[in-house]
Design a protein around this ligand. Sequence first.
Ligand SMILES: Nc1nc2c(c(=O)[nH]1)N[C@H]1C(S)=C(S)[C@@H](COP(=O)(O)OP(=O)(O)OC[C@H]3O[C@@H](n4cnc5c(=O)[nH]c(N)nc54)[C@H](O)[C@@H]3O)O[C@H]1N2
Ligand SMILES: Nc1nc2c(c(=O)[nH]1)N[C@H]1C(S)=C(S)[C@@H](COP(=O)(O)OP(=O)(O)OC[C@H]3O[C@@H](n4cnc5c(=O)[nH]c(N)nc54)[C@H](O)[C@@H]3O)O[C@H]1N2
Ligand SMILES: [Mo]
Length: 748
Amino acid sequence: MADGPLKETKVTSSHWGAFEVDVEGGRITAARPFAPDPHPSAIPDILPAAIHHRSRVARPSIRRGWLERRDRQGRGSDEFIALPWDEALDIAAEEIARIRRTHGNEAIFGGSYGWSSAGRFHHAQSQVHRFLNSIGGYVASFGSYSTGCAQSIMPHVFGVNFLTMLYEHQDGWHTLAEHTETLVMFGGINPKNAQVSMGGITEHDTRTWFDRFAEKDMHCLNIGPQRSDAPENCAWLPLKPATDTALMLALAHVLETEGLTDHAFLARCTVGFDRFRRYLMGETDGIPKSPDWAAPICGTDPETIRSLARRMAATRTLITVAWSLQRAEHGEQPYWMSATLAAMLGQIGLPGGGIGYGYGAIGGVGKSFLGLRGMTFPQLDNPVRKVIPVARIGDMLRNPGALYDFNGRREPYPDIRLICWAGGNPYHHHQDLNALHEAWQKPETILVNEPWWTATAKRADIVFPATTPYEREDIGRSNLDDYLFHMPALIPPQGEARDDYDIFAGLAARLGAGEVFTGGKTSAEWIPELYAEYRRLAAEEGIEVPDLDELRGRNWVKLPIRRDGPNRTLFAPFREDPDAAPLGTPSGRIEIFSETVAGFGYDDCPGHPVWLPPAEWLGAATEAAPLHLVSPQPGDKLHSQLESALADLPGVRPATLVIHPDDAAPRGIATGDLLRVHNARGACRARAALSDGIRPGVVALPTGAWYGDPGGNIDPDGNPNVLTRDVGTSRLAQGSSAHTALVEVAKL
Ligand SMILES: Nc1nc2c(c(=O)[nH]1)N[C@H]1C(S)=C(S)[C@@H](COP(=O)(O)OP(=O)(O)OC[C@H]3O[C@@H](n4cnc5c(=O)[nH]c(N)nc54)[C@H](O)[C@@H]3O)O[C@H]1N2
Ligand SMILES: Nc1nc2c(c(=O)[nH]1)N[C@H]1C(S)=C(S)[C@@H](COP(=O)(O)OP(=O)(O)OC[C@H]3O[C@@H](n4cnc5c(=O)[nH]c(N)nc54)[C@H](O)[C@@H]3O)O[C@H]1N2
Ligand SMILES: [Mo]
């Protein structure tokens, strides 16, 4: 640790990659790119300002109204009172004990969604879950805002765990470079998003691969509302958001009517095509899903659809689908339909052909390294079996006891009295934040560990100041990357911040579970022990990893992990012999029709893929809300992290809204104008940027701003989640519908 005047330079790791930092006099004074990274992220530039920012939580703090009267009303407006650690921990532990005594552990919500920071041991989710398990468990959450919908629907279609399929089985970039002739990207593949990867990404290589694709004359087509969703050297088919399923159906219709369907593949490897075909051809509902039918829905022309279908059938084609398509109402449909379309093309199981999900969503997809899992801090068992779909938190808080459907089961929402959050910012990430804010008043107590006074910390009752990764020792490593980092404690904890581990150890001790949580060890004892186990497992896989002292000395090493050869092709063994290597579906085949899903009887997710228009899309535009809002991930940061320091920079806040000149002109809007973006759910400010790279009728406002003003007034910094809808994708998956929203935009 450097707290003297001497300058020291070290490398550390983060979700957005490795970077070098200078430390002088106990402060981080500069951050620079890590030399081996060909396309480093610029996110670390803001780090020195953010780490020492005035918005750090300096001391344990309790909201005045809660401390004095246990009232719930002042969340977001009350002042906080700073207390000594022992006193604050005593009060928090007593409250946790009271809730457990009166309502049981089923009244504690510890779903605690969020990315927190990189670093294997101090991973906030593992810490909070282990703590809550050590005291009798908590209500957990299933899935993620990223892929919750796909995680529920895709096992019905392919019989695999969706994330395992993406991370461990999908074709690597090198296979695409070698074999793919046509790359059809629904929702694009964006190096901006590939900037980050959970746990870290060291060599940012998405751009490099697309340059390679261009050299090989691969036809790369980005289908979606924004040209910028794919590298500049890709073609663009502008599409109305939420209409991909209609386009895919029309492509399927062309294949079927022009004799281009691979019926041999369908017969060998799929079930249910005949039932789906009747819908496709219009035999069940009188509407053939032809290019003429789809063109006005999608906002394209029938001939474009026909020629694309022919090209896809004539060349080695990989269909890729961005995660954004399932982060929308009926997000199950484009996922299921893309699998169906790929099956009809008959290329599933061929290298560089078939289907792939989430390339570019995070930088690790497509890197295709072999094996070697990261070191993990065990979370213990959760005796409470209640689990809600992660994005249904608002409904859960609003409707305790109400029955809800989820993937074939019907269950009551638990009655939550205590929320315990570490490493996430629901007041950035959840939809319809004005409604969440109302629901947030229901629990008796809200406990948050945070390094910064985020929108969520400001609306908690008890806030414990947490360290950042730069203030504690850890190991940096992602399963999708081939580097290993020692992350040294670069600076002392800021203010009175403590590691999540020590905060939870303090609470657990007061609740009589100290030994269960800590196992009798400090973090300085856990890290060498977990690392030694990791090193042993690596050795079993034939990968030599330096011992901890050597890693500490070297700071980082590139591990001798191999990329998969071209023989890793998604579903290749299944294609070769579907009887010998069946899928995990009930039929052992790709299910174009699923008896299981049909058996649930959901009208919002029937037994085969269908076109179901969402409640809000351009086909349902109104005078009050005529524009479709997409809210993509921010380019200059990771979600809401480092927000307070970024917001200090000129021109960063309010956030920038991209709008087409045809939509700007009638509203008198020019680039740089201050805007009011609004609908019936809320309003926020934004700064206009005119672009012809967005489809007319669509506006894009990235996530990342913290929620400012409660109560439905205008959110000052431009958080799109005051405008988005808080509904599940369907009763099947109950995923987040963040990309489903209509809005109006006016000059402020
Ligand atoms: N409209 C719209 N909304 C969306 C999306 C969208 O596409 N559109 N996308 C959704 C998706 S996919 C996601 S993943 C979510 C992201 O939402 P979140 O994951 O909640 O966002 P983050 O800002 O990464 O939150 C991490 C928090 O952890 C804190 N933190 C960092 N390190 C530590 C630590 O060591 N200890 C503790 N205690 N805290 C720490 C950070 O300061 C930060 O406040 O947003 C979702 N919301
Ligand atoms: N820099 C940076 N990178 C990130 C993150 C970050 O915060 N910052 N967050 C990471 C996380 S947690 C995740 S989950 C991934 C998310 O990765 P994705 O889900 O792929 O990303 P999004 O940014 O939500 O959306 C990508 C694009 O989809 C398009 N889109 C929206 N709706 C539709 C539609 O109906 N049809 C089509 N065809 N296109 C549509 C929009 O134009 C949008 O720009 O990104 C990761 N990468
Ligand atoms: Mo995500």
